[in-house]
Design a protein around this ligand. Structure first.
Ligand code: C5P
Length: 361
């Protein structure tokens, strides 16, 4: 596809002759557009490569503008997009371009770093079109089948809160959103694992390829965990209620309000799993702390008997939010990660798990 700007440098005829492929130039080609050509082109491709990606094109892509064939296709495509930028060094370092590149990368577009060197305008710096071999290598990486390091593994994930009934209409609950646990289940499935997600009451959609078991109470969750074994790894993210109420069969009336609710301690699912003879090779707990995070989480690692603890500080608005700053703690050391989206925490944790388990036999 040749843009208007490009056609000032090379002609459609040159590109068609060299590539022996048709060259598309306009959104308003009657023959192409009776078949909705721009949509068709975006569907048939496996990858869209923008080379050269000018400052103007990056800006229009970042803004979602679709005013010619190339930008219309780029807005219509659901395929990976690779941009090989080429522009003057000052244009590349301009705040507007920096912003547009950041926006595109956040949107999932792969924007390469340009090459550095002498430019057509005589200036020196980053901005040169990456060498064709680099563009080809980047395209090959994007087309390679995704790595599936957990292929052949079974991963168990608990997520969300539990609800402990007080009477037929009331329950004890907590503010867990389930987002982190669901993100971990999703990342494990993407990595090729068979995933069983044991979810407390949350309304999140089930990640693709994940077996979901819905439970309400801690006792139900404990039973579901037992029923899911054997597993290679267990990631216990659920915020399990520490206590359950000796529930009455009847709705409590105002006048009947007891001075205190009779509470019974729930079983510790993580501790029990860690000590079970058929425990997964890797058992990972979560620790939500509001103070002395690492100290408390390290003590929890020993108390629960699990292999790793993912600790986070929940004194802010982590619960229900989309980001998380965590520490990965095992018997030997503590690793602190910067604040990351929960999906990124999930991807990194799954990479670590894959690393620890090694390839399946
Ligand atoms: O003791 P605490 O609730 O802080 O421990 C949190 C970790 O233990 C989490 O991994 C959580 O899923 C797990 N847990 C559990 N069963 C309980 C309480 C906590 O599995 N009854």
């Amino acid at each position: 596809m040749l843009t208007d700007g490009g056609s000032h440098f090379v002609t459609a005829m040159t590109l068609a002759a060299l590539s022996e492929e048709p060259v598309h130039t306009t959104l308003w080609d009657l023959k192409d557009e009776t078949e909705m050509g721009h949509i068709q082109l975006s569907r048939e491709a496996d990858l869209v490569v923008v080379a050269p990606g000018t400052a103007d094109l990056l800006a229009r892509m970042a803004a979602g503008i679709a005013d010619d064939l190339a930008t219309t296709l780029l807005l219509a495509t659901d395929k990976p997009v690779l941009v090989a930028p080429a522009m003057n060094v000052r244009m590349w370092s301009h705040a507007a371009t920096r912003r547009n590149v950041a926006t595109l990368r956040r949107d999932g577009v792969t924007v390469m770093e340009p090459d550095e060197g002498t430019m057509a305008c005589g200036e020196y710096g980053p901005g040169r079109l990456p060498e064709p071999a680099r563009i080809l290598a980047a395209a090959e990486t994007l087309l390679a089948p995704a790595a599936r390091p957990l292929q052949g593994r079974h991963v168990l994930v608990t997520a969300g809160p539990t609800h402990e009934p007080i009477d037929p209409v009331r329950y004890l609950a907590n503010r867990s959103s389930g987002k982190q646990g669901f993100a971990i289940a999703d990342a494990a499935a993407r990595a090729g694992a068979r995933v069983t997600l044991i979810a407390g009451p949350v309304t999140l959609p089930t990640p693709a390829g994940v077996d979901r078991v819905d439970v309400e109470t801690a006792l139900e969750m404990a039973a579901a965990v037992r029923a899911t074994l054997p597993a290679d790894a267990a990631v216990m993210v659920a915020a399990v209620a520490d206590w359950r109420v000796e529930a009455t069969g009847q709705k409590l009336k105002k006048g009947m309000a007891a001075a205190a609710l009779p509470l019974t301690e729930n079983p510790d699912i993580l501790a029990a799993l860690s000590r079970a003879p058929d425990r997964p090779r890797l058992v990972i707990g979560f620790a939500a702390e509001t103070e002395r995070v690492i100290e408390h989480a390290t003590a929890k690692l020993a108390r629960k008997g699990c292999d790793w603890i993912v600790a986070n500080d929940v004194s802010g608005d982590v619960m229900g939010g989309d980001a998380n700053a965590v520490h990965l703690i095992n018997a030997a050391d503590v690793e602190s990660w910067a604040e990351l989206p929960k999906t990124e925490v999930a991807a990194r944790l799954i990479a670590r798990i894959a690393d620890a388990l090694g390839p399946a036999a």
